[in-house]
Design a protein around this ligand. Structure first.
Ligand code: 5GP
Ligand code: MG
Length: 180
């Protein structure tokens, strides 16, 4: 399939299933080395990361745990902007080797705001694994410890990522077509 239509927009294939799987396996291979005998705790951020998290987890051979959370953003009282809270984070992170799983880092704002909340629980280590990163969109500097693909600053869908609710079910990643 070379293009898909979601709502009124057209998207072209950008990353194939094979390219994605190869990259996800590569990240898992590295994690298997880095977290040998450490029993890492993965924290996957819903909704977008569910497919990445599921595939990555299947490629892990180290003892590992996983927990899924949702981030809710609401306008705080202060002018400093939105406040981010985690829904569903029941695990105690104290003294754990934690790896955040994110579908895509765009401006970096979400993780930049959320990481201090996790750090507050004093994990032994805290790393970020992201499937996609748009370096040109960076507004908040973040260290992505495990990265799949650096991509141009264009809207993408598929493999868990949506456009207004649709497109998460595709095995490939698609890019918004020019003029769409
Ligand atoms: P950030 O806070 O880094 O600017 O944005 C992160 C979140 O914005 C991602 O987790 C994702 O939900 C959403 N996002 C950013 N870029 C894209 C994109 O190209 N496609 C989709 N579907 N979501 C995106
Ligand atoms: Mg997301």
């Amino acid at each position: 399939m070379s293009y898909i239509k979601l709502h009124d927009k057209t998207f072209n294939t950008y990353l194939s299933e094979e390219e994605i799987q190869q990259k996800v396996k590569g990240i898992a291979d590295q994690l298997n080395l880095d977290y040998k005998d450490r029993r890492p705790l993965f924290v996957a951020i819903l909704n977008g990361s569910f497919m990445f998290a599921a595939d990555l987890f299947k490629y892990l051979t180290v003892d590992a745990e996983i927990s899924f959370i949702k981030l809710a953003s609401y306008k705080g009282m202060k002018a400093s902007g939105n406040v981010i809270t985690a829904i569903g984070l029941e695990m105690d992170l104290f003294d754990r080797d934690v790896v955040i799983l994110e579908d895509i880092v765009d401006t970096g704002k979400t993780l930049h705001q959320f990481l201090p909340k996790l750090d507050h629980q004093q994990p032994k280590s805290l790393k970020i694994a992201a499937l996609l990163h748009k370096p040109e969109a960076t507004q908040y500097q973040l260290k992505i410890d495990y990265l799949g693909f650096s991509i141009p600053n264009k809207f993408v869908v598929g493999y868990g990522l949506d456009f207004d609710g649709l497109g998460r079910n595709y095995k490939e990643i698609y890019q918004l077509a020019a003029g769409s």
